[in-house]
Design a protein around this ligand. Structure first.
Ligand code: ZN
Length: 178
């Protein structure tokens, strides 16, 4: 079932998500719903808080529309933790399903090592580079109430000010309709 995406301006997007203690049916359904919700809007990553659930869960799925090199990359990560990150940074443009139409450059570590639990309850450690590292860092920020515009450099933030104000206003109206 498709769920309503939370937009920038709704308070819950700033919540700190909690660890998932048990992978029950609710969590499995949530994962399915998140993939369905993300695919419909052609996203490549989504955190549970973006559908209003403050639990430490992110999904990533890259299709060939987005990147041929990384296509087929699909993960649901429960309680992900970054256990290593490179000091080498990369700048790249990001967008977010919670901030439609806003795109800006963000600096991220080029390499990360992450531990997470999968849907079967198994612990995994993986390494990620470039685009995948960027998506995971972006989604993991959501678990701590951080959105990518918080990480945009100050002189670019000024340029976004009006767009963010407009989005906040639109978002409040949209939330009130539900
Ligand atoms: Zn996002």
């Amino acid at each position: 079932m498709k769920r309503r995406l939370i937009w920038y301006g709704e308070d819950i997007l700033r919540a700190i998500s909690e660890d998932i203690k048990e992978i029950d049916d609710d969590i499995k359904i949530l994962i399915d719903d998140m993939f369905e919700t993300m695919r419909e809007v052609h996203g490549i990553g989504l955190a549970a808080i973006q559908v209003g659930i403050a639990k430490r869960l992110i999904i990533v799925e890259v299709t060939s529309d987005y990147s041929d090199d990384n296509k087929g990359y699909k993960f649901a990560m429960i309680n992900p933790k970054i256990i290593e990150k490179s000091p080498d940074m990369m700048i790249g443009e990001e967008g977010c399903l919670s901030l439609p139409e806003i795109r800006e450059d963000v600096s991220r570590s080029q390499y990360i090592k992450i531990s997470y639990t999968d849907i079967d309850g198994k612990e995994n450690i993986i390494e990620a580079y470039d685009l995948i590292a960027r998506i995971i860092q972006h989604e993991m920020d959501h678990l701590d109430g951080i959105v990518f515009v918080d990480r945009v450099e100050e002189h670019h933030r000024r340029r976004m000010k009006k767009d963010l104000r407009d989005l906040k206003r639109e978002s409040k109206k949209r939330a009130a309709r539900h």
